[in-house]
Ligand binder design. Structure first.
Ligand SMILES: NC(=O)c1ccc[n+]([C@@H]2O[C@H](COP(=O)([O-])OP(=O)(O)OC[C@H]3O[C@@H](n4cnc5c(N)ncnc54)[C@H](O)[C@@H]3O)[C@@H](O)[C@H]2O)c1
Length: 257
């Protein structure tokens, strides 16, 4: 199995999206999983699903934007499973969709605190623990919007752009210390929230939205988690400081097709 004898911490693992999907896939490949989420009941459900499938996991209630919680996630991994080898910093929060001049300062702060500061705080405690374990890998989840910017989600896009650059600096500092750090930038993902949104808009707008990528469809969470798993595993041993776009070919999309 790809992740046998590895301990993996995943934030935002209590929802129905990439976090839980990656947690289940990591566990199926032999990793012992720490499922962290602000929503403890959601993280516990992820753990229940992992155990039901024969895997090992523990849930932890944690707000990634609080230093003590970021430290607690790592402590739980080490105390429960003896070490930490892989971390996926997946939790994020957008603002309400409004123009840049209408963003409320509190919404800006909350978005940046969770989406950008949360990734830094996560790595602050994960990097020394992974180094102490003899090395491993961190995967930070960015977004297509971190490359392109995003109208009406400017704070979120700025935070995601920050995640890509933060990843590169951390990777440079830790390459010779055994820890690889990369980011993954998804495009639209078929989470329950996204399906609800797509079902709430007119058919022509839905088709235009889906046609922003080359496939004309959004990703299943598994299609993002597969790349996260590759980067988290030793299969990507010569990859660090990179960003993997998993956006269905947004940049090569032609208006003719
Ligand atoms: N959904 C998309 O279309 C999309 C597109 C591009 C990028 N992304 C990014 O991909 C990642 C996964 O997104 P997803 O939609 O699959 O969601 P997800 O289900 O993987 O993650 C959401 C979970 O994060 C938790 N969370 C929120 N704030 C938290 C905090 N402060 N501390 C700890 N946990 C917290 C929530 O409780 C929820 O359970 C995110 O980083 C997101 O920004 C998503």
């Amino acid at each position: 199995m790809m992740l046998e004898n590895k301990v993996a911490l995943i934030t935002g693992a209590g929802g129905d999206g990439v976090g839980r999907t990656a947690a289940l896939m990591f566990a199926a490949e032999g990793a012992k999983v720490v499922a962290a989420d602000l929503n403890l009941a959601g993280a516990e459900e992820t753990v229940r699903l992992i155990k039901e499938a024969g895997g090992e996991a523990v849930a932890v209630e944690a707000n990634v934007s609080i230093a003590a919680d970021a430290q607690k996630m790592v402590t739980v991994a080490v105390e429960s499973f003896g070490a930490l080898h892989i971390a996926v910093n997946n939790a994020a929060k957008a603002t309400p969709s409004v123009g840049i001049t209408d963003i409320k300062e509190d919404d800006w702060d909350l978005c940046i605190d969770i989406t950008l500061k949360g990734v830094w705080l996560g790595m602050k405690y994960q990097l020394p623990a992974i180094e102490a374990a003899g090395g491993g890998s961190i995967v930070n989840i960015s977004s297509e919007s971190g490359h392109k910017g995003q109208a009406f989600q400017t704070a979120y896009a700025a935070a995601k752009g920050g995640v890509i650059v933060l990843t590169k600096g951390a990777a440079a500092e830790y390459a010779k210390r055994g820890v690889r750090v990369n980011s993954v930038s998804p495009g639209g993902i078929n989470t329950a929230g996204m399906k609800f949104y797509l079902n709430s808009i007119d058919e022509d707008i839905r088709q235009q939205t889906l046609n922003t990528n080359a496939f004309g469809r959004f990703a299943e969470p598994e299609e993002i988690a597969n790349v996260v798993m590759f980067l988290g595993s030793d299969k990507s041993s010569y990859v660090t400081g990179d960003d993997y776009k998993v956006d269905g070919g947004v940049s090569i999309k032609s208006y003719l097709l």
